[in-house]
Ligand binder design. Structure first.
Ligand SMILES: Nc1ncnc2c1ncn2[C@@H]1O[C@H](COP(=O)(O)OP(=O)(O)OP(=O)(O)O)[C@@H](O)[C@H]1O
Ligand SMILES: [Mg+2]
Length: 267
C-alpha cells in the first residue's frame, strides 16, 4: 500500500509511520500509512470526514490502547523506537507526545492548577518558585499569559473557548513535550480566537514538532509546512504545503482541494 506520492522533507523525521494499519473490528480505518512527521515543522493532515485523520493522530500517542476490538499492524516509531513495543512507558510517551482535542476542555480547577497538573504528576519541579515559573512560561508560550496573569486563581471554566484552547496548549507545553498533536483545535473557536491559536502554533513550530488535523484548508495553507491528504483510510499524497495546494500530483487531491470531491456522487 506504499503508493502515496511523497516528497522528501527538509527536516529529519521525529515520528515515522510505516505500513500502519488500524481496524475497528471489521472497519479498516487506516490502510498502510507510510508517513514521516518532520522535526520542528507543522504537518497538517486534511481529508474528508471519516477518512481516518483522528484515528491516525490518536495512534501516535497510543490513545487506542483501551478501545475494544482495535487491531493494529505495521509500526509507528517515535525517536527511532516503536511506540507499541512493550518496553515503552505510555505515560512517558504521552508526556513527550502531547495531545490537544477539538473541544476545549478545562479540568475543574483554577487556571494555575490546570497548568501545574502535569508537572506535578510527572514531578518536574522541585519548589513552588520553579512551578510558578513553569506555569508562567507555559502560559506565555501559548500566548495566554497577558490575559490571565492577574486571574490565575479563577476557575478555568470561566475562560472563553479560544482562551480555553490556548490553556489546553499551555497544559500540553508544561510537561516539555517534543511533539504536539492537535485534532481540529479551532473548529469550535471564533475567527479572532482562531487567529490567536494559529499565531501560537506558528511561534511554537521553531521549537516543537506539530501535527495539526484540520478541516480548514485555508488554515492548513496558512500555517503548515507540509500537508498530508488522507482519503478512505489511505494517505494519498504528502509534501510541502505550497506544492500540495498548487500543484497536487494525484487527481483525488486536486478534487478535494477544489471542492469537487463528492460532488459527483462519490463518498
Ligand atoms: N471507535 C470506533 N469504532 C468503530 N469505528 C470507528 C471508531 N472510531 C472511528 N471509526 C471509523 O473509522 C473511520 C475513521 O474515523 P476518524 O474518526 O478517524 O475519521 P476523521 O477523518 O477524523 O473524521 P472527521 O473529519 O469527521 O473527524 C470512520 O469510518 C469511522 O466511522
Ligand atoms: Mg476526526
Amino acid at each position: 500500500m506504499s503508493t502515496a506520492l511523497r516528497e522528501p522533507a527538509d527536516a529529519p523525521a521525529v515520528i515515522r509511520s510505516q505500513c500502519f494499519h488500524l481496524y475497528y473490528g471489521s472497519v479498516h480505518a487506516l490502510k498502510g500509512i507510510d508517513l514521516d512527521v518532520p522535526s520542528k515543522r507543522i504537518l497538517a493532515i486534511v481529508g474528508p470526514s471519516g477518512c481516518g485523520k483522528s484515528t491516525f493522530l490518536r495512534a501516535m500517542n497510543r490513545m487506542h490502547d483501551r478501545v475494544p476490538n482495535v487491531r493494529m499492524e505495521g509500526t509507528i516509531a517515535f525517536d527511532g523506537q516503536d511506540i507499541y513495543s512493550p518496553s515503552v512507558d505510555v505515560v512517558d510517551l504521552r508526556r513527550r507526545v502531547g495531545m490537544v482535542f477539538q473541544k476545549p476542555v478545562a479540568f475543574p480547577m483554577n487556571v494555575y492548577d490546570n497548568i501545574a497538573y502535569g508537572p506535578r504528576l510527572h514531578g518536574l519541579t522541585h519548589s513552588r518558585a520553579q512551578l510558578d515559573a513553569l506555569v508562567e512560561q507555559s502560559l506565555r508560550l501559548a500566548g495566554l499569559w497577558d490575559e490571565v496573569s492577574d486571574g490565575l486563581r479563577r476557575p478555568a471554566v470561566s475562560l472563553s473557548g479560544g482562551q480555553l484552547q490556548r490553556l489546553a496548549i499551555a497544559r500540553a507545553l508544561a510537561v516539555s513535550p517534543e511533539v504536539i498533536l492537535l485534532d481540529e483545535p479551532t473548529s469550535a473557536i471564533d475567527p479572532i480566537g482562531t487567529a490567536r491559536i494559529e499565531e501560537t502554533l506558528q511561534r511554537l513550530a521553531g521549537d516543537y514538532t506539530i501535527v495539526l488535523v484540520t478541516h480548514n484548508l485555508q488554515q492548513a495553507a496558512r500555517i503548515s509546512d507540509r500537508t498530508a491528504f488522507f482519503l478512505n483510510g489511505e494517505l494519498i499524497e504528502e509534501g510541502p504545503t505550497e506544492t500540495l495546494f498548487h500543484r497536487p500530483r494525484d487527481p483525488r487531491t486536486d478534487e478535494y482541494l477544489t471542492g469537487r470531491y463528492g460532488a459527483g456522487g462519490g463518498a
